[in-house]
Design a protein around this ligand. Structure first.
Ligand code: SF4
Ligand code: SF4
Length: 384
């Protein structure tokens, strides 16, 4: 990819007419309404029982499932959005000691200063990374799948919502090393829990300033292009975001707002070139959902959007594997060379990937030689 294209945000991947995506075409929803995937859906959403092996015992399953608690009980973003912590307006609060009158509105003379305030508050509430962009409405879903009310509803975001705040939540490095097990799955599920609490609280902070805020998890709009526009990272062969700080080891949420903010610049630090040389994620994908070849604008099925040049993940295969294996796989994230804990050695390698691209193949070999990406033992996790 030419570096002058890289500064364009997610538009750098657009090569055709990128129509708004209908959320019902996401594999998790297709498994409910599309006859060819319904059997997999039954397996995926059905009851599973503990097994007598590490990572699949009752305590492992409880650890995995309880990580979801805040999302499932108070946000429900995975059911369509605009509920609980992800409500588009302040939900009824039964008890509050908030004293200023609610009709006040902060005057924002300096959007740059306001952006710093938003980032400070977001991090204080629990976000790992925060970025801001102008809202590109191509990334908003055309329709939501309202699971609870069994409705397929169009989504329109009112004009005054000019900005998007993208939030990333680090998933625990040691837990991701335990993929694929229920113990390891607590990395993603607990990130969803933190994400719901932080995103909902930040939206409420914006409302208390007198502005509007629409918070969301996976619902309402695509998280990855918004995060790219907001300067949090780049698209990878896995089809997910890679950040400079945590690699692909993040979960994403966002807030749309009319609060005046200063957009961040998109970034480019060598992911596209590195993924051209590295195929570690494709090697370890048990569902064979990650492609080996060059980026393409061809789609695998309707889970992919048309009009984009990238490595389209085969979400039917990924979901199929999840359905057959209790939904605990993060192998692709685990082995990615960008997934490293902080430290001077890893900062140096990141600098190398960004600045010496002719060494990319060498970095992949060294990563393999040093044994990065290998799975860890659940027994060690519980006993340490
Ligand atoms: S989550 Fe697992 S099955 Fe899905 S793409 Fe990643 S490695 Fe493959
Ligand atoms: S494992 Fe390699 S190819 Fe896959 S996303 Fe990471 S860097 Fe790219």
């Amino acid at each position: 990819m030419k570096s002058n294209l890289a500064s364009k945000g997610a538009d750098r991947y657009v090569v055709g007419k990128a129509e708004r995506f209908d959320q019902r075409n996401n594999a998790f929803f297709r498994a409910v309404w599309e006859p060819s995937l319904v059997e997999l859906g039954r397996q995926f959403y059905g009851i599973i029982y503990p097994k007598d092996r590490p990572g699949y015992r009752l305590e492992d399953m409880a650890f995995d499932q309880a990580g979801w608690y805040a999302e499932q009980a108070f946000a429900m973003g995975n059911l369509g959005g605009n509920r609980g912590l992800y409500s588009w307006e302040s939900p009824k609060i039964w008890y509050s000691d908030y004293r200023p009158p609610t009709d006040l509105k902060l005057t924002v003379d300096d959007p740059s200063k306001m952006t710093k305030v938003i980032k400070k508050v977001a991090k204080a509430y629990g976000a790992s990374l925060v970025g801001v962009c102008e809202l590109d409405r191509r990334w908003v879903y055309s329709h939501r799948q309202n699971v609870l009310e069994k409705k397929h509803e169009p989504i329109e975001i009112p004009e005054e919502f000019k900005y998007a705040i993208a939030l990333a939540f680090e998933m625990d490095y040691e837990l991701i090393k335990l993929s694929p097990t229920h113990t390891g799955a607590a990395g993603p599920t607990s990130a969803y829990g933190r994400m719901a609490l932080t995103t909902g609280s930040l939206a409420q902070f914006i409302r208390y300033l007198g502005y509007k805020a629409i918070p969301m998890g996976n619902d309402t709009a695509l998280s990855i292009p918004i995060a790219i526009d907001a300067g949090l990272g780049e698209l990878s062969r896995i089809g997910i975001l890679i950040t400079e700080e945590y690699g692909p080891r993040v979960r994403l949420s966002k807030i749309f707002t009319d609060l005046p903010l200063e957009p961040d610049s998109p970034i480019e630090f060598g992911v596209w070139d590195f993924c051209m040389k590295c195929r570690k994620c494709a090697h370890v994908c048990p569902g064979q959902a990650i492609m080996y070849g060059e980026p393409t604008d061809k789609i695998n099925n309707i889970c992919n959007r048309e009009g984009l040049l990238r490595w389209p993940i085969d979400a039917e295969k990924c979901f199929g594997w999840w359905a057959r294996s209790e939904g605990v796989c993060s192998n692709c994230i685990r082995v990615c060379p960008f997934n490293k804990p902080s430290g001077w050695l890893h900062e140096s390698v990141r600098w190398g990937v960004k600045n010496t691209r002719w060494l990319d193949s060498l970095f992949v070999k060294v990563d393999n030689l040093l044994g990065y990406g290998k799975g860890a033992k659940v027994e060690h996790f519980w006993s340490s």
